[in-house]
Write a protein that binds this ligand. Structure first.
Ligand code: KIV
Length: 277
């Protein structure tokens, strides 16, 4: 089966055809997301929070990302795979950035990489793109800058901030990115950036006017019902289904109902005895 390419994704913007991106962190989820027909699967560093249980994404390492990218690549066949560049894998130098991106492609088997930031990451984007690795940019609420932002806060609400983000978007496109994630910005600003760029935008908490949307798989599935930010729409309540299933299992183990004879293996009966039954 052919994987979705950067050309397919560019054509989607030209055809006004929305791009669907969902995160996945392991082979099982990647298979489900692929079966559902997502165009892009993002192995996001959000795994630091939803898989590793951290408060932010800053502790995620390149080795973690390579490991999860490879798991996702084994579980999916069709979607375009994007591997997230973790904190400190691209900020120090463009050479570091290229080496890190190379590992995500060579060992993690993704087709492109994503990195957070605007004008400041232009040299890194240029270096990676120059080596033939497609890049997805990411501006707005960039979780790796959580401390600089003073928390996970919507960005670009003021005129000046909005203008800065427009310039960042143009700079990242000019540097060669083929797609741009817009996170946590006002709908009107996302619409303007989407209109001004030739490359597709994929929004999360950025309103409906982007060229596509991305959500974290755990949020789509409702795997943690304590977490319900404004920008998430939950399409299932897997937390409830899963807890009920585990409770049922626990109760049947305790009562002896499971495993039944149907779930048990049996010794072969000697031929003579078998006839007697
Ligand atoms: O890490 C991630 O999952 C992301 C998306 C939320 C865009 O960056």
């Amino acid at each position: 089966m052919k994987r979705t390419t950067v050309l397919d994704l560019r054509k989607k913007k030209a055809d006004n055809d929305k791009i669907v991106m969902i995160t996945a962190y392991d082979a099982t989820m990647a298979r489900l997301v692929d079966m559902a027909g997502a165009d892009m699967v993002l192995v996001g560093d959000s795994l630091g929070m939803v898989v590793q249980g951290r408060d932010d994404t800053l502790g995620v390492t390149l080795d973690h990302m390579v490991y999860h990218c490879a798991c996702v690549a084994r579980g999916s066949e069709r979607a375009h795979l994007v591997g997230d560049m973790p904190f400190m894998s691209f900020q120090v130098s463009a050479e570091d950035a290229l080496r890190a991106a190379g590992r995500l492609v060579q060992e993690g088997h993704v087709q492109s990489v994503k990195l957070e930031g605007g004008s400041t990451v232009v040299p890194a984007v240029e270096r990676i793109v120059g080596a033939g690795i497609p890049v997805v940019g990411h501006i707005g609420l960039t979780p790796q800058s959580v401390h600089a932002m003073g928390g996970f806060k919507v960005q670009g609400r003021s005129e000046d901030d909005g203008e800065r983000l427009i310039q960042d978007a143009l700079a990242v496109q000019e540097a060669g990115a083929f797609c741009l994630v817009l996170e946590g910005i006002p709908r009107e600003l996302a619409a303007e950036i989407t209109h001004r760029l030739d490359i597709p935008t994929v929004g999360i908490g950025a309103g409906p006017d982007c060229d596509g949307q991305v959500l974290v798989c755990n949020d789509v599935l409702g795997m943690d019902l304590r977490f319900s930010p404004k920008f998430v729409k939950r399409y299932a309540s897997v937390e409830q289904v899963a807890v009920e299933a585990f409770e049922q299992y626990a109760s049947e183990v305790r009562s002896g109902e499971f495993p039944s004879t149907d779930h048990s293996f049996h010794r072969k009966r000697p031929a003579k005895l078998a006839r007697l039954y």
